[in-house]
Design a protein around this ligand. Structure first.
Ligand code: PEP
Ligand code: MG
Length: 602
């Protein structure tokens, strides 16, 4: 429960910050309704075009600045905004309003608000995330049309070390922040996948987003203690609370140091069972950390970043270069490339994806790939080319619900391999094709799927979502999104059994594998391969090095028989508390609060 001086949001960029709040109201400029007569239409249309050109120029400059400060990938955010400014359909609609008698700014505001309403009521969290981008360009366009450009930049001096509080943070504003003066960020809108969140993370500024009521509760000068990992905010904290946050922070830092120091040690339990800990790689920038943390390879190479926020699909060459770069970075270690998990707004801007009432149950992932071979086949060729010369590359298919999907994908892969060999382009004749187990349907037919798959990897993020009917992105349901639910635990055991019976490797690549108590559960159930986000690799290895397999196995046996989720958590916590080195419990206490393991020692 939160107390009146405690607010909760989503921790999107880790770190603890303490400072006075500065409220930033970047509302859309006030636009007077102005109507025009026929003789003014041409002039207003020209004003629209000129304003759009100036906005594109300013956004291009910002993109270059971001490329310098935060990196190339982040700078694509501004390519996406430029595309929105240039969007022909939207421009035509605004122009029509001008022809119908509205001034340029009245027409632009009218259409932008209309679009905003459609997006805010969309069930797609990704579309809702893009509202900040829409606001950003709406502000810029209106400021240009009203003759006061430049108001969308920070034009007030920030001298102290402050925490910025706003309704919503656009990436354009976030990147202009000066890290020396802005120690934290809070916003009412936004989630972990918002562009501003990604930028805050890259810039190393602790941030909490999605804080309902922040602008009502926080005034200019309110002292705020923010934890960008747990998403908690304390207003006017007591000295004890500040002290506690400091202790927690220093525990985390101590643990981080200890883990870093032992990162190259193998993940072997005290009783001699070895696990392979692979990395999940979403963005190219994560490769270096995964290598530094001595990942066994890449267990999940997400490929959506190649598409999101881009104008067009990446070419086969671009993909082959990227895949090759990844395999070279992991010199000789296995790299599993996941085919496009497209859906929602994870489409290139030029792709006219249909609006759907239930995008998570909609046209996504393997379904899109199989329906659009012109998207899928170049990716298959790129994978085959990356595997040339015997490089250990695998292909993994997301959201599989039918054996036919695996058969169709493999057939296309073999056809492409044949095509490549005919043209003499160096490429493998085939790669192992594995399946992500992410739906209850896949669990039920795991025996059949195993006969058609080279390996399994369990995507628990989606598996939990579909099993428990809990939207993985819905903050209100966060408590119900549980990897310790008996229905989940038993499915994990079932998939492992099916995989073992068929003699294929079964790994877990959902976030669950990064959570220490759940890692104990997976070890005890018999998993010998996990794939986790690069920052989590040291902790997961360290847990494995400290928990005897026999202890984990006994806890997992109790977990499998448990009727309720609390019993599963209790069985795991008891095992750790009773049988493991007390230093492990101390370390768990350093974890951010939402981790069940953090409650082992308050
Ligand atoms: C999963 O669903 O657990 C998974 C790893 O895939 P993603 O999070 O990309 O959907
Ligand atoms: Mg998934």
């Amino acid at each position: 429960m939160t107390t009146p001086h405690e607010l909760a949001g989503i921790g999107v960029s880790p770190g603890v910050a303490y400072g006075p709040a500065v409220i930033v109201r970047l509302d859309v400029p006030d636009v007077p309704n102005r109507f025009i007569d026929d003789s003014e239409v041409e002039g207003e249309l020209r004003r629209l075009d000129e304003a759009a050109n100036r906005v594109v120029e300013a956004l291009s400059a910002l993109r270059d600045r971001v490329r310098e400060r935060a990196g190339r990938e982040e700078s694509h955010i501004f390519d996406a905004q430029i595309l929105m400014v240039r969007d022909q359909e939207f421009r035509d609609q605004v122009r029509q309003c001008v022809r119908d008698g509205m001034s340029a700014e009245t027409a632009y505001e009218f259409k932008a608000l209309e679009l905003r309403n459609v997006w805010s009521s969309s069930p797609s969290p990704m579309l809702r995330d893009r509202i900040a981008d829409l606001s950003a360009i709406q502000n810029r366009m209106l400021a240009e049309l009203l003759g006061h450009p430049g108001e969308h930049t920070w034009n007030f001096p920030i001298e102290d070390q402050v925490i910025i509080v706003a309704r919503e943070l656009s990436p354009g504003l976030t990147v202009q922040l000066d890290r020396d003066h802005v120690v934290g960020l809070v916003s009412e809108e936004g989630t972990r996948t918002s562009h501003a969140a990604i930028l805050a993370h890259s810039l190393g500024i602790p941030a909490v987003m999605g804080v309902v009521g922040a602008l009502e509760q926080i005034q200019d000068g309110t002292m705020v203690l923010l934890d960008g990992q747990t998403g908690s905010l304390l207003l006017e904290p007591t000295r004890q609370e500040i002290e506690r946050a400091r202790t927690q922070l220093s525990r985390r830092q101590k643990l981080a140091l200890e883990l870093e120091g032992a990162v190259t040690q193998a993940a072997i339990t005290p009783d001699g069972i070895q696990l392979a800990v692979f990395a999940n790689v979403d963005l190219p920038d994560e490769i270096a950390l995964a290598v530094r943390h001595d990942a066994a390879g890449v267990g999940l190479l997400r490929t959506e970043f190649l598409v999101t926020g881009r104008a067009a699909l990446p070419t086969e060459d671009e993909q082959a270069d990227y895949f090759r770069r990844v395999t070279e970075s992991f010199s000789g270690r296995q790299v599993v490339i996941r085919s496009y998990d497209l859906g929602g707004d994870k489409f290139p801007a030029a792709f006219r994806a249909p609006a759907e009432a239930n995008p998570f149950l909609g046209w996504r992932s393997i379904r899109v790939c199989l329906d659009h071979p012109e998207i899928f086949r170049p990716q298959l060729r790129a994978v085959l080319r990356a595997a040339a010369g015997g490089r250990p590359v695998g292909l993994m298919l997301p959201l599989v619900t039918r054996v036919e999907e695996v058969e169709a994908a493999r057939e296309m892969m073999l056809e492409e391999a044949l095509g490549l060999s005919r043209t003499g382009i160096p490429a493998a004749a085939s790669v192992p094709v594995g399946v992500m187990i992410e739906t209850p349907a896949a669990v039920v037919i795991a025996d059949e799927l195993a006969r058609h798959s080279a390996f399994f990897s369990i995507g628990t993020n989606d598996l939990v979502q579909y099993t428990l009917a809990v939207d993985r992105g819905n903050a209100r349901l966060a408590d119900r999104f549980s990897t310790h639910h008996p229905a989940v635990v038993r499915q994990l055991r079932e998939v492992l059994r099916a995989g073992k019976a068929a003699g294929i490797e079964v790994s877990v690549c959902g976030e669950m594998a990064s959570e220490p108590l759940s890692a104990v559960l997976l070890l005890g159930l018999g998993f010998r391969s996990l794939s986790v986000a690069p920052p989590a690799i040291p902790l997961v290895k360290w847990v494995i090095r400290n928990v005897p397999e026999a202890v984990a196995r006994a806890a997992a046996e109790a977990a499998v028989l448990a009727d309720r989720e609390s019993e599963v958590t209790r069985a795991l916590a008891e095992a750790v508390r009773r049988h493991c080195d007390p230093r492990l419990i101390e370390a768990f206490a350093a974890l951010p609060r939402p981790h069940p393991a953090a409650t082992l020692r308050q």
